[in-house]
Ligand binder design. Structure first.
Ligand code: DC
Length: 226
């Protein structure tokens, strides 16, 4: 590690591995920017759905990703949101978490042109330092020079259960079996895509969070920083 505390922190892992919660707390503690890159892939997917775009039309979706105006701002409402996500002035914070977006986002984020457009923006912001960047390919592709790389993992069953709890807590209906099936399918697409597949960087610290509480994971990562 070159910096103490590390200035650029990359936090990768599959869906619902705890990256966002740990990353947000860590950024707050260190006074760093928290950047959840999944928001950008979700936003592009939401725009494609909203405009009724042909999801198979890679060229069209790539062009849209290159010009998409995705605005991320401090939370305007106290409804559990970590930030506001605005597209063309419309608040899409919860829309980008819908089942429809969730079922399409892995396919859209496998398009190399979409990845290039979004990861260039992520890299530009990350290279300023004092950042906790969360995603799938931060340590491997977006910021390979990160001072600290952590890869959080957990079994699909445990991650589906966490997602289930989150949805129920928001007062919405969820089906655990269905969530598990979708989780496994997303993992498959994310980890087998040709460009920037989900995998730990060679120099990442891998933490399996199956048996760990949120606090334990946070404490472990914080210790690595201090
Ligand atoms: O972390 P998340 O569940 O919000 O991410 C949504 C999708 O975006 C996920 O299925 C894969 C994709 N993604 C990606 O390919 N690369 C990133 N750096 C972040 C997310």
């Amino acid at each position: 590690m070159t910096n103490h505390p590390p200035s650029i922190i990359a936090l990768d892992g599959p869906a619902a591995s705890g990256k966002t919660t740990v990353g947000r707390r860590l950024a707050e503690k260190l006074g760093y920017l928290f950047f959840d890159t999944g928001i950008m892939y979700r936003a592009v997917t939401w725009i494609a759905l909203d405009h009724d775009m042909d999801m198979q039309n890679e060229e069209l979706i790539t062009q849209m990703a290159q010009s998409a105006q995705i605005d991320i701002r401090p939370p305007s409402q106290n409804d559990g949101r970590p930030c506001d996500v605005l597209i063309g002035g419309k608040d899409v914070t919860w829309d980008i978490r819908s089942g429809e977006v969730e079922s399409k986002v892995s396919a859209i984020s496998a398009y190399p042109g979409v990845r290039k457009a979004l990861s260039e923006q992520q890299r530009r912001i990350g290279m300023r330092g004092k950042v906790v960047m969360v995603g799938r390919d931060i340590g491997t592709v977006v910021l390979p020079e990160a001072d600290l790389k952590v890869y959080l993992d957990a079994s699909a069953e445990e991650r589906a259960r966490r997602r289930y709890d989150e949805i129920v807590e928001r007062g919405e209906h969820a089906d655990l079996d269905d969530l598990l099936k979708k989780m496994i399918e997303r993992d498959r697409i994310d980890s087998t895509r040709a460009v920037a597949p989900l995998r730990p960087a060679g120099d990442a610290v891998i933490i399996n969070t199956d048996e760990l509480s949120e606090d334990q994971v946070y404490t472990r990562v914080l210790e690595m920083c201090e």
